[in-house]
Ligand binder design. Structure first.
Ligand code: NDP
Length: 444
């Protein structure tokens, strides 16, 4: 059995109850065969065994009191996966689907994503099975305070710097930061995604969605094309989806569809983003509202329609993991889609990814395509350390530069290792090499 097969088989045994982690690890390990099979340095150093095992996992009880005075208990997680190239860095997800497997897959992906940004950040991820949906602001505050009451002892500006993710936006970061500061009595850059008036970076909110569009734009430009006149399908209607839509529209594209966890909306003449922002960011309502406001838009609930049913040139899955399945990939290919870029983490299943690649569709994996968020978090950390604030334009220009750099590093790696145009292999190899070198230099 080859070294990589051995590692995969061990993960399947030891982490048998963690399907998402196994899926993410397999995708990366499969891409690494090209280098690891040729060079036994990695096997001699036991490097892959180390890479797939988090440096530390913290799991904890999060008790809080709801508005009815009843005690509720959730489960908290922080997986500190790799500090080879910098302090652990990665978001916190609050969603009822959160398990150790989900946090481990996200933390594992984060290692390579952070490496691709070129900034000194290790990989980590955390969260809770708490559902902020339908909770009052006071309930969310009490939960966040309780969560941080345990998490604070495991993080720090030079140790581990969490950020937001699904269910964790500015409100949640604010409550957690407030609690951290009360406990440690220091105002420091321990979280990113902070409010602009208290250490946050301009353009952080927009960064993941904008970065996603920048990497696709660079690819299109290199092929003599652009976003102008393109039809774009986007899943999700949260932070990443909204700002990807905003940037794509500003470059001349028409965004024809968006979704939430209950259903999707198709608006052929172009989604009205002001309506989406009002529904999702201000009123925190469901997408059904959109079709009540725009009569020419069509709403389908999850049981009878998907974002990927509608013909588009570019598909941007920006909601959650495993939301673009093999049958969706078939539909996209048949309807003429040319580019799929992942705004979410691992939204495309492995068989769907393989299908898209086999059809010559340009496929950008999340670890490259959505790295703009964490890259701008890195820029927020730099501003905090220097006690400076850069303008929106300065941060946006740096973000664009980073995304263009990521495109070229994954494109070059794919070419160098004999798989031109395969950005999955390019991203995995380019991300891995830097981390592997650091691990070899630092010893066991
Ligand atoms: P938000 O919570 O702001 O939005 C998530 C969106 O996805 C919502 O529209 C939500 O619908 C939908 N969604 C969530 N879970 C499901 C599900 N199980 N089925 C269908 N739809 C679902 O999160 P973000 O926009 O921040 O994150 C989206 C993705 O992007 C995640 O995979 C995240 O890990 C990734 N990402 C985010 C970054 C960031 O900077 N925010 C950085 C890099 C990656 P509903 O409103 O119904 O819940």
């Amino acid at each position: 059995m080859s070294y990589i097969d051995n590692i995969i088989s061990n993960i399947e045994k030891r982490d048998a109850g963690q399907p998402e982690f196994i899926q993410a690890a397999k995708e990366v390990l499969d891409s690494l065969r090209i280098i690891v099979d040729k060079d036994n340095t990695y096997e001699k150093a036991g490097l892959l065994e180390r890479l797939v095992e988090p440096e530390r996992i913290v799991m904890f009880r999060v008790p809080w009191i709801d508005d009815a005075g009843k005690v509720q208990v959730n489960r908290g997680f922080r997986v500190q996966f790799s500090s080879a190239i910098g302090p652990y860095k990665g978001g916190l997800r609050f969603h009822p689907s959160v398990t150790l497997s989900i946090i481990k897959f996200l933390g594992f992906e984060q290692i390579f994503k952070n490496s691709l940004t070129g900034l000194p950040m290790g990989g980590g991820k955390g969260g809770s099975d708490f559902d902020p949906k339908g909770k009052s602001d006071n309930e969310v505050m009490r939960f966040c305070q309780s969560f941080m009451t345990e998490l604070y002892r495991h993080i720090g500006q030079d140790t581990d710097v969490p950020a937001g993710d699904i269910g964790v936006g500015g409100r949640e970061i604010g409550f957690m930061y407030g609690q951290y500061k009360r406990i440690v009595n220091r105002f420091e850059g321990v979280l990113t995604g902070k409010g602009i008036g208290w250490g946050g970076s301009l353009a952080r909110t927009e960064a993941t969605g904008y970065g996603l569009v920048y990497i696709v734009e660079e690819y299109l430009n290199k092929n003599g094309d652009s976003f102008k006149g393109k039809k774009v399908a986007i899943s999700g209607s949260g932070n990443v989806a909204i700002f990807a839509a905003q940037k794509a529209m500003s470059l001349g594209a028409t965004v024809i569809s968006m979704s939430d966890s209950n259903g999707c909306i198709c608006h052929k003449k172009g989604i009205n983003l002001d309506t989406i922002k009002d529904i999702k960011l201000v009123k925190r309502e469901r997408l059904t509202k959109y079709a009540e406001i725009h009569k020419d838009a069509v709403y389908s609930d999850v049981s009878n329609g998907r974002v990927w049913d509608i013909a588009c040139d570019i598909a941007l899955p920006c909601a959650t993991q495993n939301e673009l399945l093999l049958e969706d990939a078939r539909k996209l290919s048949a309807s003429g889609c040319k580019v799929v870029a992942e705004g979410a983490n691992m939204p495309t299943t492995l068989d769907a990814t393989e299908y898209l690649l086999s059809k010559g569709i340009a496929f950008f994996p999340g670890k490259a395509a959505n790295a703009g968020g964490v890259a701008t978090s890195g820029l927020e950390m730099s501003q905090n350390s220097a006690r400076l604030s850069w303008s929106f334009e300065e941060v946006d220009a740096k973000l664009k530069n980073i995304m263009v750099g990521i495109f070229h590093s994954i494109d070059d790696a794919a070419k160098e290792y004999g798989k031109p145009g395969n950005f999955v292999i390019g991203a995995n190899i380019a991300g891995f090499l830097k981390v592997a070198r650091a691990m070899l230099d630092q010893g066991v």
